[in-house]
Design a binder for this molecule. Sequence first.
Ligand code: FAD
Ligand code: SF4
Length: 351
Amino acid sequence: MPEYRLPKAALQKEIDAIARAGVEIRTNTALGRDFTLDDLTGKMGYKAVVLAIGAQRSRRLGVPGEDLKGVMHATDFLRDVAMGKPVDLTGKKVVVVGGGNTAIDAARTALRLGASAVHVVYRRTRAEMPAQGTEVAEAAEEGVQFHFLVNPSRILGPGYITGIELVAQELGEFDEGGRRRPKPIEGSGFVIAADVVVPAIGQGTDLSCLNGDAPETNRDSTFKVDSLLATSRPGVFAAGDAVLGPATVIEAVAQGNQAALAVDAYLRGYKAGNARRMTEYRTTDLSYKLEDYAEAHRAEMPARDPDERAHTFEEIELGFDEETARAEACRCLRCDLEYEEFMAKQEADEG
Ligand SMILES: Cc1cc2nc3c(=O)[nH]c(=O)nc-3n(C[C@H](O)[C@H](O)[C@H](O)COP(=O)(O)OP(=O)(O)OC[C@H]3O[C@@H](n4cnc5c(N)ncnc54)[C@H](O)[C@@H]3O)c2cc1C
Ligand code: SF4
């Protein structure tokens, strides 16, 4: 996630908290390169392994010219920028292909790296874009140009990219996902000049690190898991995007918690199980007046001016003032009470 949305300092605090909890973090150590799954469960002596390797491999466009110089797949591009590797786009014309949050992040990052023009091309309409509406609106405010109902048919070279050929689309029958399938309109091809093309049409899990020895997977390259997140290989669990496909941080973290419970149960010989243990129903005092709550709408987050933020990786959101922050806190429904009770009960059971 780019720094303008998730500053490194905020992320570091989370990582520090995990390390303080006693987790040993070994960086620059890769499954597949430095050790295998067999090594982990064999000579390295781990009784359980959780594969949480994400879904970071960009899907290919499958059009001629995809291997020309100047094609940068979105996840590789965003990773390079996040790792501080220099990617100079000064004065370059960039075309991003796709309609999800990754496409929008790639486009906004390209702007911040000095691109002279950034186009996002998407094969359906704006209404069907999987990206969050606010992200799309913010990108447009910053100067990203959107082209809907177009799909690339080839990337033009030779050698370095000179442009991308697009074909206009019309929406036809509904697909299994409930969205109308785009169909090319014959003879509608046209070219946009481009120096860089960034495909961002979806991601899958990179299974190459498992050296052909991966536990069973689904067709979309996610791991097959049972209700306890166990894969087809004994002692090997999986969680996060590698199970869900590209999802969200909240879902991945939630599954991380489930995986921890499942591994704990496995190491204890499945005596405990990880079935959801609910606390008993009881009432509790509200921290707000119910009548006030009905009127309490989400406050709008102040943000940097679009002209300013399009040239900086500084965080876009400026934060609430104290009064607004307090009003926001009052909208909390205390859904954590159940969790707090659950944890307290678990500690008491174990203590
Ligand atoms: C551009 C972009 C923007 C996003 N924006 C949002 C957002 O705004 N909000 C949101 O909720 N979600 C967002 N997401 C989704 C979110 O990042 C993921 O859902 C979440 O990070 C998944 O967590 P994970 O732990 O399963 O996988 P990841 O966070 O992908 O972590 C996988 C880790 O495994 C490591 N790894 C992979 N292979 C190996 C190997 N062989 N050996 C060792 N380590 C390995 C990787 O380096 C990585 O550190 C975004 C995703 C992208 C790509
Ligand atoms: S405890 Fe409050 S702030 Fe936290 S998720 Fe629940 S409702 Fe939201």
